[in-house]
Ligand binder design. Sequence first.
Ligand code: ATP
Length: 457
Amino acid sequence: MENKLTMEKLVALCKNRGIIFPGSEIYGGFANTWDFGPVGVELKNNIKRAWWKRFVQEDPLTYGVDAAILMNPIVWEASGHVANFGDPKMDCKNCKTRHRADTLIEKHSKGTVAAEAMTNEEMEKYIEEHDIKCPNCGKRDWTPIRKFNPMFVTSRGTLEEDADKVYLRPETCQGEYINFLNVQRSARAKVPFAIAQIGKSFRNEITPGNFLFRTIEFEQMELQMFCHEKDSMNFYQNYKERALNFAKDLGLNEEHLRFHDHDKLAHYAKAACDIQYLFPIGWQELNGIHHRGTWDLSRHQEYSGKSMLYLDPFTNEKFIPNVIEYSIGADRLTLAILCEAYEEEKLENDTRIVLHLHPAIAPYKVAVLPLQKNLNEKAKEIYNILNKEFMCDYDDAGSIGKRYRRQDEIGTPFCVTIDFDTLEDNSVTVRDRDSMQQIRIKKDELIDYISKKIKFN
Ligand code: ATP
């Protein structure tokens, strides 16, 4: 078995098999945007559903919301994004390309230097002393480092001169903080409780790229746990474990996952950690878990004038809850899952590409394949029964071997073949994607058989 995956191979497979297309392609594209195709939208929806099931449905302490993308601009003043959000950018004066100073230092030091902890002056000094050159043209002719605010700005208002400046949210979590009081009151929630959300975020990134890894528009799945300070470290540890288990349960290999605890923290933070995944481009952040203290609710209290104090009904203590945040990109996780699942498997006389996706997130659970066209009627009858329960594909074009390969390449866990015996005894052949073994079962047992194998717990 071999698996030499490159991003180029994955991008090509995704395009050919309707998983992910380059954005705005017929107009020459629009860099770092991607459109999920008929197969990819199922995969990403299944991943989002699995996350929601694990962290909202199965957790009585967590409430879901779906907040507006466009918010009162004061939200972004309170959050600190207007004044402080941004990455350290510098331009190459020679070839005019733009780069992130912290990323260049981290790459140059092979991850041994935590550039996130350095001031602009320290980074400039490091770049000079270590002679870090422009990765594009090879010269070292940098502008000074400046902060670049990656928030996309748009305007709201029908008359141009009165239009208000508003922002496309660069993170989803503010929608949870500003609904803390609403959720707490309407759900009669007692601290500790969490608010979760899945939604789009937008960042005008300085160095987007690497397929879905860093894009300018992406989805985040994240939750904020509001708790008393005395419980906060326990929740922090607990979410680290739960986040790791979720990644493993979705099929990511334990050896390709690791914790990366942050040395330098934001001034309000008490602890922070990423889970990194070994992508084809190296170890990179998959998700973050942050202990944010009382910073977020305190700031919203200050800017909105609304009290964020919680009165504990058991102890009568009044306090502003601490926040533990767990945040993971749905697109970045989809990329990790595709990388992990991809295999070029050598067979006796052939090679096949197969996506070993966990059946719960596979785009199609089953494909119905009549052996010959004149079996279409029976095959359609079975397809119409199965598609009430699962996403199913139907394919009657080409040889059965080619049809199996197509399903392997999109990770369909089961192929059901209809042959002439089916007409006689209502039995079908079920082929397993990973083992390629085939069994014969009655058509009436199919739903039960498949349902049991596609559970995500
Ligand atoms: P990075 O250091 O990679 O820029 P970050 O620390 O800014 O990420 P957070 O703001 O903590 O990331 O966002 C939480 C998660 O959202 C990340 O762990 C990642 O999975 C996802 N994410 C962040 N930015 C992007 C992006 N530009 N494209 C795709 N996913 C992203």
